[in-house]
Design a binder for this molecule. Structure first.
Ligand code: FAD
Length: 145
């Protein structure tokens, strides 16, 4: 079992319909190949910028193959892999692709991620200074209703 986490910038701020289209496709495909995970989306309304963060987990070949397709998708750019590696068991066993359209307050207590998508965030990400992304994603699962 393998997992990876990346961040990216949306090509433009996503509408609800555009996010639904990504999720519908994701859930169908991921369910068929046994991939689970979580997709986070955060808008910076004033700067007309949207950001994704996603965790994928499942059989290694399927995760790597899907990541290659996601990286090639023109709906986002500046994709940056934060973490990847083997895992003993799934963190999101019943989420073919969980989703959170996060508000600022959902991240404000999370060190390193409270400004997800800002210029400062991207500088830290590029410098390899973002740790704890797995724990952040896991916390969304643990606090889900
Ligand atoms: P098709 O759906 O036939 O698409 C053909 C090509 O067109 C692909 O290159 C595709 O990227 C591109 N494309 C499709 N729709 C649009 C559009 N509306 N605008 C511009 N280009 C488009 N897919 C999953 O299966 N699982 C996931 O977990 C997953 N997560 C994603 C997360 C993000 C942030 C984004 C942006 C996309 C995600 N996708 C996911 C979709 C994935 O990137 C590919 O679009 C999908 O896997 C391609 O499916 P397909 O081979 O059937 O091609």
């Amino acid at each position: 079992m393998h997992y990876l986490i990346y961040v990216s910038q949306a090509e433009h701020p996503m509408s609800a319909d555009e996010l639904t289209a990504i999720l519908t496709k994701s859930r169908d495909w991921n369910h068929s190949v046994g991939i689970t995970g979580l997709l986070i989306y955060k808008d910076w309304v004033d700067e007309k910028r949207g950001n994704f963060m996603q965790l994928l987990e499942g059989p290694k070949n399927d995760v790597v193959e899907l990541f290659e397709k996601i990286v090639a998708d023109p709906r986002h750019h500046t994709k940056l892999l934060l973490e990847d590696g083997p895992i003993a068991e799934r963190t999101f066993p019943d989420w073919s692709m969980g989703f959170r359209n996060v508000e600022d307050d959902a991240l404000e207590t999370v060190p390193g991620y409270s400004d997800l998508g800002s210029d400062a965030f991207w500088s830290r990400a590029r410098a390899g200074l973002l740790t704890g992304s797995y724990h952040l994603m896991r916390s969304f699962y643990e606090t889900a209703e």
